[in-house]
Ligand binder design. Structure first.
Ligand code: KG4
Ligand code: ZN
Length: 339
């Protein structure tokens, strides 16, 4: 079963082909970072226009670089939410129009499901059930993944997402948007013990988290110090976040008894976090799975994969009639793919 995946929920345009027998066949990505950088954040209207510009180009590349044509497709999956309404509509309308013309099913999938299943893009797959730490620009959650489409949120951030805290702190250090990865790079050159920063909700006993207090503490430090101290501040900030996430992960593994952990989402590319979770898993006989670094951040491959798994499970889906909706806010635990 061959499925085309389209991702357009925020500032990355992604397309990919996933085959249930052969795995990932090809994927192409266009990042809008340079487009939004001058504004210090994503400008929704510009994002939609850029998706419209790039989706046809990326699709053309997909057919040119593979021996496939749209006629080979068994279905088309697209991100139906959560995300920016206008941006979601671009992918949804192209996917629905193509599926209508080809007389095949189209399905709207949840962006976070894509992240949760992204470790399945690697050769070594884990089996259900597993625990997922989902850390991105918009989400910081512990999710129990019991089966395809069966997700329970065990813990969540009460305020800022981890990626958002990284980006906002980077912004205060004049690191251009989205500064998370560059801040992590700077942190590698600093002393993580120089500044004692708060570990919010570390002892709360539950799996919830909070990062806005830490962000405030670090912003005060930045104001008091100069550029040459920024590496130590970045390193101390990263250490506080990684400490909290690792501790909560340990708690989540103990509470659920799960023996497999996956880490997903853009912040999953953070090497300090990956290293600490590796150590934690090793000590507790837990197997850690994480997507290849390129599939940590937004991409079309995870959407094609999610769509292919759903269509494989429910092959008798109706062909699309061309009608569709998008869901800028879409609770994961109430989610079913939209056919
Ligand atoms: O999953 P993603 O690509 O997009 C969302 O769905 O949000 O995650 C992007 C987030 C951004 O906040 C970015 O700064 C952060 O992931 N990020 C990192 C690193 N690489 C990306 N944060 C910390 N360390 C990194 N190495
Ligand atoms: Zn994402």
């Amino acid at each position: 079963m061959l499925v085309l995946g389209i991702e357009s929920s925020c500032d990355e345009t992604g397309v990919a082909l996933f085959d249930t027998n052969r795995g990932l066949i090809a994927d192409f990505l266009h990042s809008q970072i340079s487009l939004h950088a001058q504004y210090g954040g994503v400008v929704p209207e510009l994002a939609s226009r850029d998706h419209i510009r790039y989706l046809p180009r990326l699709l053309e590349q997909l057919w040119q670089k593979t021996d496939m044509t749209p006629k080979n497709l068994d279905g088309i999956a697209y991100t139906a939410g959560p995300g920016l309404a206008g941006a979601l509509l671009t992918g949804a309308s192209i996917a629905r129009a193509m599926a209508f013309r080809l007389d095949i099913p189209a399905l709207g999938v949840h962006h976070l499901e894509g992240h949760l299943l992204s470790p399945f893009l690697s050769a070594e797959r884990c089996a259900f059930p597993f625990l997922a730490l989902l850390v991105s620009g918009g989400h910081t959650q512990f999710v129990k993944v019991s089966a395809l489409g069966n997700y329970s949120i065990l813990g969540d951030t009460q305020d800022d997402a981890v990626g958002e805290a990284f980006d906002k702190t980077a912004h205060l250090m004049n690191i251009p948007y989205p500064g998370g990865a560059k801040l992590a790079q700077l942190a590698k050159t600093g002393d993580p013990n120089r500044f004692k920063l708060p570990r919010p909700m570390y002892h709360s006993g539950d799996l919830n988290m909070s990062f806005s207090g830490l962000k405030t503490a670090v912003s005060l430090l930045i104001k008091k110090h100069s550029q040459e101290d920024f590496a130590d501040i970045a390193s101390s900030f990263e250490a506080a976040i990684v400490d909290v996430l690792t501790h909560k992960c340990h708690l989540a593994l103990k509470q659920t008894g799960l023996k497999q952990l996956i880490i997903a989402g853009g912040v999953g590319a953070n090497t300090h976090l990956r290293k600490n979770l590796q150590d934690l898993c090793q000590k507790n006989q837990v197997k850690l799975y994480s997507p290849d670094l390129v599939y940590c951040s937004d991409n079309g491959a995870m959407i094609a994969l999610a769509g292919a798994l759903h269509l494989e499970k429910n092959p008798e889906q109706q062909k699309t009639n061309g009608e569709f909706n998008v869901f800028p806010r879409w609770p994961l635990d109430q989610y079913q793919p939209v056919y």
